[in-house]
Write a protein that binds this ligand. Structure first.
Ligand code: CO
Ligand code: CO
Ligand code: CO
Length: 308
């Protein structure tokens, strides 16, 4: 076993031979968008992401379905499954089975199996002083989803956030695999700060973020200003407040976004300064235009996140 329960990471990793390690992960949730076909795509992209975050390549998956048979049309389920299937096909992943149960609340997701060379496993730990931090997707999906639920978001905004959440982290992982990356994770429920905190706890390393360079969906700032911030963002702030220091120039709305829980968020890639600009350039060339260097790993203060 290379990565197991004792170390909370994106996925478990088990060494099969000297050249092959197995990556296993499972993820499912209730709908984040109204459209069942898109929900299927988002749930699949989200589940596959943990394999990409470990530096691996997903190969097979199984469906996990909880469906309210009595209250919902089977056509809805068919569209969800189709969305998941199309996303798996895009990722080069084969569906090999699954399980469904009757439940009062609809849920969908995947268990995913991937592979990687045992020496190339990327975990959350491994960050080194001087490393640059690269984020590949803009933040704000939790706040925007809250605005959608409240009926405040326009069709254009719904469309943009839906496509963002359904975008695979495959291309980013593919670029990353060509560089000597030190650590990686994907940004999900704990928000940017929560996931950065996981990376530095117990390492003695600190992080300095430049808030001006962090990619943020513009509508997220607007909705945060309207108070449409999900409860999870407040929980995330409470949990990691003592590790975080904000400069007075970082306004409250930006702070909210750094704690905002993300659905199917981007990769956070840690690489030394010499390689950071080239990696970023390659990401952009692959069409990941929102990618940006958002900060760096520092030695002092230890295990704190300074936001400027
Ligand atoms: Co993850
Ligand atoms: Co996960
Ligand atoms: Co990882």
């Amino acid at each position: 076993m290379i990565v197991g329960l004792e170390r909370a990471d994106d996925a478990g990793v088990y060494k099969v031979t000297d050249d092959i390690a197995l990556i296993q992960t499972v993820d499912f949730f209730t709908p984040v968008v109204d459209d069942p076909y898109w929900f299927g795509q988002i749930a699949a992209a989200n589940a596959l992401s943990d394999v990409y975050a470990m530096g691996g390549v997903p190969k097979t998956a199984m469906n996990l379905v909880a469906f309210p048979l009595r209250d919902m049309d089977m056509a809805v389920l068919r569209q969800i499954i189709q969305g998941g299937l199309d996303k798996m096909r895009e990722a080069g992943v084969v569906l090999i089975g699954g399980h469904s149960v009757q439940d009062s609340e609809l849920k969908y997701g995947l268990s995913v199996t991937g592979f990687i060379h045992p020496d190339r496993v990327l975990t959350k730990k491994g960050l080194r002083e001087g490393d640059r931090l690269i984020l590949t997707k803009p933040l704000g999906t939790g706040i925007i989803n809250t605005a959608i639920k409240g009926g405040f978001a326009s069709e254009d905004v719904i469309d943009a956030v839906t496509r963002l959440m359904a975008t695979l982290n495959r291309d980013a992982a593919d670029v990353m695999s060509r560089y000597p990356v030190h650590a990686c994770t994907d940004i999900t429920g704990f928000g940017l700060i929560g996931h950065l905190a996981e990376m530095i706890v117990g390492t003695g390393i600190g992080i300095r973020l430049s808030s001006k360079t962090i990619p943020i969906m513009p509508e997220a700032l607007k909705y945060a200003g309207m108070g449409l911030v999900p409860g999870g963002a407040y929980k995330n702030r409470e949990f990691r407040n003592s590790m975080t220091e904000f400069a007075s120039s970082v306004d409250r709305l930006t702070q909210d976004i750094l704690f905002d829980p993300q659905t199917s968020g981007g990769l956070l890639i840690c690489v030394d300064r010499e390689n950071a600009d080239k990696l970023l350039h390659d990401l952009k060339e692959k069409g990941i235009e929102t990618a940006a260097v958002i900060g760096e790993a520092i030695s002092e203060p230890a295990e704190k996140i300074i936001v400027e």
